[in-house]
Design a protein around this ligand. Sequence first.
Ligand code: AMP
Length: 452
Amino acid sequence: MSFNKFAFDPKIVAGIEASKYQTPTPIQEQAIPAVLTGSDIMGLAQTGTGKTAAFVLPILQRLLTGPRGMTRTLIVAPTRELAEQIHSDITRLARQTGLRSLAVYGGVGKLPQVKKIRAGVEIIVACPGRLLDHLREGVLSLAKVEHLVLDEADHMFDMGFLPDLRRILKYLPAKRQALLFSATMPGEIRHLAEEILDNPVTVQIAHSRPTATVAQVLYAVEQSQKTTLLKDLMAKTEMSATLIFTRTKHRAVNLARQLQSAGYTATSLQGNLSQNKRQQALNGFKSGEYKVLVATDIAARGIDVSGISHVINFDVPDTVEAYTHRIGRTGRAACTGEAFTFACRDDRQIISQIERTMGEKMTRIHTEGLPVEVDEVRDSAPRSERGVRHGAGNSARPPRRDNGRPRGGNRTGSRERDEQQAGGNRPAGGRRKNHGRAAVLNSGSGNLFLNS
Ligand code: AMP
């Protein structure tokens, strides 16, 4: 299947070629024809699937005809990083069309945005807060909007943006095409979809697709030994761009410093940074100036850096959805990647949830000298799923599959907390309660986190 069958205008074909897209991804195959015919869309898909171009390309095609200099498309995204990413995709894909896009979000000056809005833009990619400011101040009119896209709607709900979204909807004309994308469909999003979508076409991408290219490995480790394990892994594993996730801003900053002291080009990306500093960190990571980016979940969405070879969950995330988003930063666009997760005993419940949802166990690595207290031993896992023990003197590297990759898994779902909104994460060392019936072993069996 090729992009030819959509009969895009040559100006848009030029953007596709500049992006080096050869064939449409599954969501593009499904969504593009429906958007071109003007249907509303309910898209069940997450980032990494080619979702952005799936809505941007047909919208550009539709915008080619009709007036210029007024806002005809509004795309609402939950985070600044995602808004910036969508805006940059549009700029690339639309570069021969003369259509203009503007990213609108807080944390940066209003005036440059006001000037660009006044100069006339056809597409606005906005986060809800700053968008509402401009609307209330009468800077921006949405009266002529023909296409509304709500991206990562479940994430907007998690961040408490639904009331803002409903306020924004009041500024839009009743008659417009609406596209809603969400990786999960909690009840609130289903209600929102019912409110804003008219007879939508549902496009759905199997959750298992994106991470088929990501091998997932679990390291059981004491909290106090994580940095040692990380440095050991980094020394012994061939890594190119490496994205490391921590639970708190403070831990991100500290870990980046420790890695710098160990000689790595590392920086951190977390919510205490100004927007300029965030962008600098991201740009430095993209350009290769920094080989390692230590980030909080704020970076899990919207980061589209090609060639991330490794995602390391230095701290296990709180939700399955956050996990899938984090690891989805590698293995993008048909490249392969590895995701390492450092798990402590208290992470048992979430690990078992992640694995249940993925329908597959991560490969276990037991690292000698990093003891984890045994509090429950129920060795009921099938032998094929049992862990691998790496004794003293061995590398902590994961075993390789026959095809040269460790065992991988699938991915699903999406939802995560975002500190832009929440103002901070759980304090370092804060632990989860209510453990499930999974056991962490540090016995000769080398089995870790066995479900009982
Ligand atoms: P997204 O899900 O929109 O974040 O896209 C994930 C990555 O896939 C981005 O780097 C896109 O540029 C890339 N991409 C989107 N569509 C295609 C395509 N048809 N062929 C190859 N890469 C693509």
